[in-house]
Design a protein around this ligand. Structure first.
Ligand code: 5GP
Ligand code: SF4
Ligand code: MG
Length: 456
């Protein structure tokens, strides 16, 4: 998912700015979009299933416009927990003794089920199957505390990988889990407006500059006094390596590491670790482009445009069913004449289920490629993610049940090789990384075993 928030001391068209921010974050979730806007008195909410441009037409944006708006948040969703239903769209809102609150959330709380059950026994009510509601209820029920204290308290109770934006009528808050697994950045516009977003691209979209990342375990809030910060529960930072491998847009940096450059380094590392003789290096667009540039640069083998991508097609992985994903590959990718008669090194960021990869190898062979050497800029994904990236249930992960040689056979490549785990860490750099989907070592804990149909 993607989250976005604004605090503007001057009146601004926050509905429009939030729309722009969410549009920039569309790659992080395509199932639903929503926003809340407040002018200090009124508090407008609108959300629905669909892309940002589908949900917010002129009429619906107008319905959110407030002449003196100064706080807003927004969300784009791809469902990890809670199914793809309208009432699971975010932001979630609730009325409390602290006034009305809106919450938008990226990630997963691994102990949401236990906390929810305890709260149910104490009489709490839930309207959704969404674990964000547990966070919102935890904050709402601490009636004797102020909003900051209550939020800090909720951060201490819920474990997992998460980045959230929260708003009241007067204040914008943002917070990141103790390990900083999910990203959140702070920006500011020249007119003084503060911005929170999952990625820097959404800051740039509203004319803001990147100020810094929210730190792991940090709670920040914005009001008339500007930016405030409280370190609630900082732990060893382990941001999600998948943000650099695949998820984040390439025109930005997270935790001080440039996304595009890190992808080039992954490709260079892959070329050093897993060289092969060939005529051209071809990326699987768009997610394989950075690594393919790096592979070509390091190996000296020319980069070429061997796969056309229909720019109107979305991300295939995010399509909810296997059949939908398979049809979408054909809608999305088509080989060019560059591959005809060539020995092709095909570079992609990851192999999850292996089904897309098999189809792409097939497309290249049909187009006359002489050899197809598949190179992957992430290690084999053997474990599920419990922190909000939907890399599929364990039994669907091809690398959890197949060796590299078996996967090669399955996808029909001449050779197949993955970047090593140390090679990946070196390419991304930084002080620490979550790599649980490659190693099974979960820095922010796992759900209880009986909750985990994913582990089966
Ligand atoms: P597969 O061959 O495993 O079916 O598909 C691999 C493709 O899925 C890669 O091109 C990659 O970009 C995409 N993909 C890999 N991991 C993820 C993920 O965690 N989330 C999403 N949305 N897409 C992914
Ligand atoms: Fe990212 Fe993998 Fe960790 Fe999930 S398990 S947060 S996808 S590195
Ligand atoms: Mg891809």
């Amino acid at each position: 998912c993607g989250v976005f928030g604004l605090y503007s001391p001057q009146p601004n068209d926050l509905a429009w700015l939030t729309y722009l921010g969410l549009f920039a974050l569309q790659h992080r979730g395509q199932e639903a979009a929503g926003m809340c806007v407040s002018d200090g008195e009124k508090f407008h909410v609108d959300k629905d299933l669909g892309l940002v441009t589908q949900v917010f037409d002129e009429r619906r944006l107008d319905g959110l416009r407030l002449p003196n708006a100064h706080v807003s948040i927004g969300h784009v969703r791809y469902s990890t927990t809670g199914s793809n239903l309208r009432f699971n769209a975010q932001p979630l809102t609730t009325r409390t003794n602290k006034g009305i609150l809106g919450l938008a959330h990226n990630g997963n709380f691994v102990n949401a089920r236990e906390v929810r059950n305890t709260m149910l026994m104490e009489g709490a009510l839930f309207q959704t199957t969404n674990d964000s509601e547990v966070m919102l209820n935890l904050i709402a029920r601490e009636s004797h505390m102020d909003l900051i204290e209550a939020t800090a308290g909720a951060m201490k109770q819920l474990r997992g990988g998460y980045a959230c934006v929260l708003m009241s009528r007067h204040t914008l808050l943002g917070f990141r889990d103790p390990h900083g697994v999910r990203p959140l950045v702070i920006g500011q516009r020249e007119d003084g407006a503060w911005v929170l977003a999952s990625e820097p691209c959404a800051l740039y979209a509203v004319g803001a500059k990147l100020i810094r990342d929210v730190q792991p375990g940090e709670l920040v809030w914005f009001d008339r006094g500007g930016l405030h910060s409280l370190m609630v529960e900082p732990r060893r930072p382990t941001p999600c390596s998948f943000e650099w491998i695949y998820f984040a847009r390439s025109d930005g940096e997270l935790d001080g590491v440039d996304i595009h450059e890190s992808r080039i380094r992954m490709g260079m590392q892959l070329a050093r670790e897993k060289p092969v003789e060939a005529d051209i290096v071809v990326p699987v667009p768009d997610s394989g482009i950075g690594a393919a540039i790096g592979y070509a640069r390091e190996s000296g083998i020319p980069f070429d445009y061997g796969l056309y991508k229909n720019p109107y097609a979305g991300r295939t992985f995010i399509a909810p069913t296997q059949e939908a994903r398979e049809l979408k590959v054909k809608m999305k990718l088509s080989p060019t004449s560059a591959v005809r008669g060539k020995r092709v090194i095909l570079v992609d960021d990851s192999i999850v289920r292996g089904t897309t990869s098999r189809q792409i190898v097939n497309l290249l062979r049909e187009a006359g490629a002489k050899e197809v050497h598949f190179r992957v800029s992430s290690p084999p994904i053997t474990h599920p993610c419990f922190y909000g990236i939907d890399t599929a249930a364990r039994k669907e992960l091809v690398a959890s049940t197949h060796s590299v040689e078996e996967i090669r056979e399955l996808i029909g490549a001449d050779t197949l090789a993955f970047i090593s785990e140390p090679g990946l860490r070196q390419a991304i750099g930084g002080s620490g990384l979550c790599g649980a989907c490659f190693t099974g070592e979960y820095p922010a804990g796992t759900p209880l075993l009986n909750d985990v149909d994913k582990l089966a």
